[in-house]
Ligand binder design. Structure first.
Ligand SMILES: C[S@@+](CC[C@H](N)C(=O)[O-])C[C@H]1O[C@@H](n2cnc3c(N)ncnc32)[C@H](O)[C@@H]1O
Length: 310
């Protein structure tokens, strides 16, 4: 069989460790370098994404390039970003013959609140080359320490992803799919579920990675819900306000809203809004459904914009 040196069938722990050692490298903990070594799972991620040759796929964390190869087989264009110069070099050699893969070196995040700017320029370019049916997806085994800002920020971008299939910490996946009234339900659950459908595909034990992380992981799939998204007139205001509403989890909703709106709305205005939406003195943010939170944030936004016009 004609296997490229990076054929995923060769991505076992011992193959990877020898390959890195030959290049004088070792996994770098601070970059979250836990490589997926169970090849069936690399396949599962690629299959779950249901990519076609019309699709543009973003991968953050190229690593040694094994998932990248699968993505290149299935998608029309792949943009992959790797922070580690040495791994970027290694993967560039492995993927050199792949004409539909563009490799970038550097941090995928410009800061906590935004992605590196040229990522979306490349995605828009690739989409315009592939044509009107081109969909955009994020498919990756994400570095755990930056998984939340990557997903949260990408959901603000234009185009926003049609689908996301990623490996993340199980605890983070639990928060994304959490229901009201549970301990995991918070600002991230509301933000993700306001613009996507979220499903956990598979829980992964540490032993499918090399080196082994300390915690379980999960493959999660998010599908864009454009209708839900269109119901939110100002996504930035919405996301910021949702974060503020969950900031003090132990407090009652009324005092949380009053402190979030300090200097912007009077207490009496907050009380009127809460009463009009049927939220009593004992209501708490974490008991509100996603649509109740959307209604509350929208009422606050409208009251604020009325206030600023007076
Ligand atoms: C969990 S590993 C996944 C590697 C490979 N895709 C795999 O599945 O085996 C995460 C990768 O993301 C890279 N990385 C970490 N932080 C990053 C960042 N801020 N921007 C881009 N890449 C990053 C790491 O160096 C590492 O190669």
């Amino acid at each position: 069989m004609n296997e490229s040196p990076n054929h995923p069938n060769r991505q076992t722990a011992s193959y990877l460790s020898r390959r890195l050692a030959a290049a004088g490298l070792r996994p770098v903990t601070r970059f979250g370098q836990n490589f997926l070594i169970d090849l069936n799972l690399v396949d599962l991620i690629a299959r779950t994404a249901e990519m076609t040759k019309d699709d543009v796929v973003l991968e953050i964390g190229t690593g040694a390039g094994s998932l990248t190869s699968r993505l290149a087989d299935a998608a029309g264009a792949v943009l992959t970003v790797e922070i580690d110069k040495n791994l970027h070099q290694l993967a560039s050699e492995e993927l050199a013959y792949r004409s539909n893969v563009l490799l970038l070196q550097g941090d995928a995040l410009r800061n906590k609140n935004s992605l590196r700017a040229d990522i979306m320029d490349h995605i828009r370019d690739a989409r315009s080359r592939l044509g009107d049916n081109a969909r955009f997806g994020l498919v990756a085994n994400l570095p755990y320490n930056v998984a939340t800002p990557i997903i949260s920020n990408l959901l603000h971008e234009s185009p926003s992803p049609d689908f996301i299939v990623v490996t993340i910490q199980k605890e983070l996946a639990d928060r994304m799919v959490a229901s009201p009234g549970t301990k995991d339900y918070g600002a991230l659950s509301v933000w993700v579920q306001s613009v996507c459908r979220a499903n956990i595909v598979r829980i992964l034990s540490p032993k499918v990675f090399w080196p082994r992380p300390k915690v379980d992981s999960a493959i999660i799939r998010l599908d864009a819900e454009p209708k839900r998204r269109a119901e939110i007139p100002d996504l930035v205001y919405f996301h910021q306000t949702v974060r503020a509403l969950f900031f003090h989890r132990r407090k009652f909703l009324r005092s949380v809203v009053i402190s979030a709106m300090k200097g912007r709305l009077e207490k009496v205005q907050v009380d009127e809004i809460l009463a009009s939406l049927g939220h009593g003195e004992k209501s708490r943010t974490e008991e509100l459904s996603v649509s109740q939170i959307q209604a509350l944030v929208e009422a606050l936004r409208q009251a604020e914009s009325l206030e600023s016009r007076l």
